[in-house]
Ligand binder design. Structure first.
Ligand SMILES: Cc1cc2nc3c(=O)[nH]c(=O)nc-3n(C[C@H](O)[C@H](O)[C@H](O)COP(=O)(O)OP(=O)(O)OC[C@H]3O[C@@H](n4cnc5c(N)ncnc54)[C@H](O)[C@@H]3O)c2cc1C
Length: 412
């Protein structure tokens, strides 16, 4: 192997970002090995919204038909007042998104999206190793030597491969840290502060539409806006299930510290305070919630935050964001598409390829991170800001609710 040529990529993390990157690189002929710390690939039982900027990429990867089988395609997004139940504004999705942005707006169960990406990555020949926790790497002339907590040394400098390293399937030319918000790869690459707690707690639930009274069943995306809170719900699993996310302000209690700790309806209702009858009835229809403490980082400031030498970050490892633009996974998928393009366009020079990737991605990721923070302030507004928000939605509707630079932009 030459030190510069990109024949093989190692990806740390098999979440949506890591799987997407593995699939995109392998489809372009790069040999990919993916190391995931979990013993099996699993996504939490929750939904995800994917805008046209993302479904467009999934279609380009040949996943359009499979997506159509499992996703839902809401016709509109409606914003409502959490207290009065009043409709504040609507954004047509469905045919409008398709016509304007060339791809649909979809809502999907995370496990279904993960399964699409996993199947696609396997078909493209990705070598997946589960139960491998990446700890760090050494940059050697021959390639990147990686270690995992399980004791398997991966890479050219592995003692066990020694002189036969060039023929070893473990040799890597590039390392991609797609290991999420608490990324170990990021820690070694940037050595910065840990992610920050946002002061917001997310409660999530899935409910079968068949179990709901008829007037609570819906195929729309609905966002309820209130003081220091908002609630989003949308259909998943071809519309048969409803995914709900309620965000409130709160302390990072011991319970919220734990990943996916059980949340309680009572605690949620208390944190929400007074909400209108419509929203209250919907929340009370949920038998069980799961709770997350939301963390993020300040927006990316430069390309060097995303790539250095032969190592790059992708998805939440690079730019964890608040979920108020519903684009964290979307940006990870966009990252994956650009990464694969850059690695193959600059095939002879890995570091140049990763630099080009970071140059193309950092500003858009920063813009989405910034907009997500701003959306949170607007969604949770009180007093005059809330009045102004409601008025502008009523008067301008789609013009303030659509995000053309986001849905129409991104990699092609
Ligand atoms: C409440 C909420 C709602 C959201 N809604 C949306 C939405 O509607 N649309 C949207 O696009 N985004 C949404 N997001 C954001 C989205 O969930 C994330 O941005 C996305 O899942 C990030 O994917 P990732 O692969 O980068 O990271 P992760 O999903 O965190 O995956 C990281 C993977 O790496 C593995 N790993 C970690 N450390 C190591 C290691 N050392 N070695 C090996 N493997 C390791 C983990 O086990 C995991 O599998 C939401 C987030 C939240 C919290």
């Amino acid at each position: 192997m030459t030190g510069n040529e990109c024949k093989k990529v190692l990806i740390a993390g098999g979440g949506i970002g890591g799987l997407a990157a593995a699939l995109a690189c392998a489809q372009r002929g790069v040999s990919v090995q993916l190391l995931e710390r979990a013993a099996r690939l699993s996504e939490v039982g929750a939904g995800i919204q994917i805008g046209p900027n993302v479904t467009r990429i999934l279609q380009a990867w040949g996943l359009g038909a499979a997506l159509a089988q499992v996703a839902a395609f809401p016709k509109q997004l409606q914003a409502r007042d959490a207290r009065t139940g009043q409709v504040l504004g609507s954004l047509r999705l469905g045919g409008r998104a398709q016509a304007l942005y060339g791809a649909p707006y979809a809502t999907i169960h995370r496990a279904d999206l993960q399964s699409l990406l996993h199947t696609g990555a396997q078909a493209a020949g990705v070598d997946m190793r589960l139960g491998q926790t990446v700890q760090g790497w050494r940059d050697t002339a021959e390639g990147l030597a990686m270690t995992t907590a399980e004791g398997l040394a991966v890479g050219a400098a592995d003692d066990r491969v020694g002189d036969t390293a060039t023929a070893s399937p473990w040799v890597a030319d590039a390392l991609i840290g797609a290991d999420g918000v608490w990324s170990a790869v990021r820690q070694q690459m940037l050595g910065d502060e840990p992610p920050r707690f946002t002061g917001h707690l997310a409660y999530r639930a899935l409910v079968s539409q068949a179990d709901l009274p008829a007037h609570l069943r819906t195929q729309d995306v609905t966002v309820w806006l209130g003081p220091r809170l908002h609630v989003v719900h949308y259909p998943v699993r071809s519309g048969q299930w409803l995914n709900l996310v309620a965000i409130v302000h709160g302390d990072r209690s011991a319970q919220a510290d734990a990943w996916d700790a059980a949340g309680h309806t009572q605690a949620l209702m208390q944190a929400m305070g007074a909400v209108g009858r419509d929203l209250h009835e919907r929340l009370a229809s949920v038998p069980a919630w799961r709770q997350w403490a939301l963390h993020d980082r300040a927006p990316v400031t430069a390309a060097r935050d995303m790539a250095q030498g032969r190592v790059a970050l992708l998805g939440d490892a690079a730019h964890p964001m608040r979920p108020y633009l519903a684009q964290g996974a979307g940006m990870a998928i966009e990252d994956a598409q650009v990464l694969a393009q850059c690695l193959t366009t600059h095939a002879g020079r890995v570091a140049e390829g990763l630099q080009a990737y970071a140059q193309q991605r950092w500003a858009r990721n920063a813009r989405v991170q910034t907009r997500a923070i701003r959306n949170g302030r607007i969604f949770h507004a009180t007093g005059p800001l809330a009045l102004g928000r409601n008025l502008s939605m009523r008067l301008m509707g789609e013009r303030v609710m659509d995000v053309p630079w986001l849905y129409g932009g991104g990699p092609r």
